[in-house]
Write a protein that binds this ligand. Sequence first.
Ligand code: NAP
Length: 243
Amino acid sequence: MNKTAVITGAGRGIGAEIALRLASDGFNVALNGQDGGRLAEIAMKCKKFGTEAECFPADVSKHDECETMVKRIKERFGTIDVLVNNAGITKDGLLARMSEESYDTVIAVNQKSVFNMMKFCCAVMMKQRSGRVINISSVAGLHGNAGQFNYSASKAAVIGMTKSAAKEFAPRGITVNAIAPGFIQTPMTDVLTDEQKAAVLSLIALKRYGTVEEIAGAVSFLAGKDAAYITGQTIEISGGLTI
Ligand code: NAP
C-alpha cells in the first residue's frame, strides 16, 4: 500500500510543487487549500504519476476544520505518513502601523495551523509509531525582516514548535523538521515591486531567486528513507542570502 502525504496550501506555488514531487515519489497525496478548483487541477496532475490524490478544502487556521479534515483523510487513505505544513500568507507592513487584524490573521494562518495540523495528524502517526512532519518556515523566522513583524513572529514560532515536537515525538518514531526558504518565485513573491525584488537579489550569494522545485526536492529528501536520522532541524534554502 502506498504511504500518504498531507500537504497544506497545495493549490499553487511551493505547496503545489511539493504535492507533485511527493506523488512522483509514490505517495498518495491529500491536498489541502481553500480554493477547491485549484486543488482539483493539482490533483489531476498528481494522478498522472499513478498514485491517488484527493482534495480536502479547509481553512487550516480553524481548529475544528482541521480535526474534521484529518478524520476524513484517515478514513479515505487509512494512514498518514507525511505532513507538510506549507499553507501561509503575508500581510506586510511596518510594526508602528500594523493593525491587530493583520497580526492576528498571519499568526492564525501561519502558526496556529501548524498546531492544528500536527495535533491531529501526529495522533494518527503516534498510533502507527512512524511519521514525518515537515514545516515550511522562512528566513524571516530565522533572521527577521523589516516590514514582516507578524510574518517573522509566525515563522520563528514554527521553528520553536518544530524543535519541541521533535523531542516529544521522537520516542514514537516521528521526525519533525523545518525548511526555511529565502526568496522563491511564487504568487506570494510576485506581488513585490521590482525595487523590492532587486534589493533582495543583490543580497543573494548565488545571484538568482530560488525555484519551487528546489524546495520540493528538500521536502522529498526529508520525507524519504535517507533522512530517518534527522529531526528537530531547520534547513535554510536561500541561495546564500544570509551568509
Ligand atoms: P502562495 O503561492 O501564496 O501559496 C500559499 C498557499 O497557502 C495557497 O495555496 C493558499 O491556498 C494556501 N493558504 C493560505 N491560507 C490558507 C488557509 N487559511 N488554509 C488553507 N490554505 C491556505 O505562497 P508560496 O510562496 O507558495 O508559500 C508557501 C509557503 O512557503 C508559505 O508558508 C510561505 O510563508 C513559505 N515561504 C515562501 C517563500 C517565498 O519566497 N515564496 C519564502 C519563505 C517561505 P488558498 O489560496 O486556496 O487559500
